[in-house]
Design a protein around this ligand. Structure first.
Ligand code: ADP
Ligand SMILES: Cc1cn([C@H]2C[C@H](O)[C@@H](COP(=O)(O)O)O2)c(=O)[nH]c1=O
Ligand code: ZN
Length: 204
């Protein structure tokens, strides 16, 4: 469990925390847990998400088990900077959907003394590092990787397997389109998809 650091004597020290992992691994739950603890500590908290993520609610961060906190949807990373003066702690969900400027924005906020907590998918459905996540993970003081349970075999899952044949990187969805899988079950699924794709192209 992540316990908030205390940089005691250092006035106004900021830092960056990243919570990453596959879908259903508990990223949003962990973000909400940290945010609630900051609220209990009477800190001023601002929460943001990319406006593109309209899955459960437009102005809420919602976990798969229906925990929710109010947030501000923003169109791009730079827009976060317009809102931050009053906040000591900044939470950002679905960080993978932001542009690469999010790395600079997070570090600017930390340099101003803010605690910045970001949650996002480390890999897309193809197993490729997603958007600004690698840059965030490299520059953060604290990185927490959480895992789900493989929907096929019950082992530890760190991949998000897309169960449909869409090929775009961004396809919003839930259990209708994705399942968390362990490495072995993910690789098996990707091989099956490749075979299916080959059969389709051969028959054309
Ligand atoms: N296969 C699974 N493995 C782990 N948790 C799952 C799974 N399927 C559903 N869940 C639910 O998803 C919750 C995590 O949701 P959430 O924090 O929104 O995940 P994330 O933001 O990483 O997608 C778990 O507490 C659990 O209730
Ligand atoms: C793997 C993958 C996921 N997405 C989408 C699907 C969901 O809308 C979000 C992830 O949400 P969660 O809070 O982590 O469950 O991202 C995508 O667009 N592309 C992908 O490759
Ligand atoms: Zn598995």
């Amino acid at each position: 469990m992540f316990i908030e650091p205390h940089f005691g004597g250092i006035a106004q020290a900021g830092w960056v925390e990243v919570i990453c992992g596959s879908m259903f691994s508990g990223k949003t739950e962990e973000l909400i847990r940290r945010i609630n603890r900051a609220i209990i500590a009477k800190q001023k908290v601002g929460i943001f998400k990319p406006a593109v993520d309209t899955r459960y609610a437009e102005a809420e961060v919602v976990s798969h088990n229906a925990n929710a906190v109010v947030c501000v949807p923003v169109k791009n990373a730079a827009e976060i900077l317009h809102h931050i003066n009053e906040f000591e702690v900044i939470g950002i969900d679905e960080a993978q959907f932001f542009d690469l400027d999010l790395v600079d924005v997070a570090n600017k906020l930390a340099n101003k003394g803010k605690r910045v907590i970001l949650a996002g998918l480390d890999m897309d459905f193809e197993g490729v590092p997603f958007g600004p996540m690698p840059g965030l993970m490299a520059t953060a003081e604290f990185v927490t990787k959480v895992n789900a349970i493989c929907a096929q075999c019950g082992s530890v899952a760190s991949y998000s397997f897309r169960t449909t044949m869409s090929e775009e990187q961004v396809v919003l969805g839930e259990k209708d389109a994705y399942e968390p899988r362990c490495r072995k079950c993910y690789n098996e699924g990707m091989n099956e998809k490749q075979e299916q794709h080959n059969i389709q192209t051969d028959s054309q």
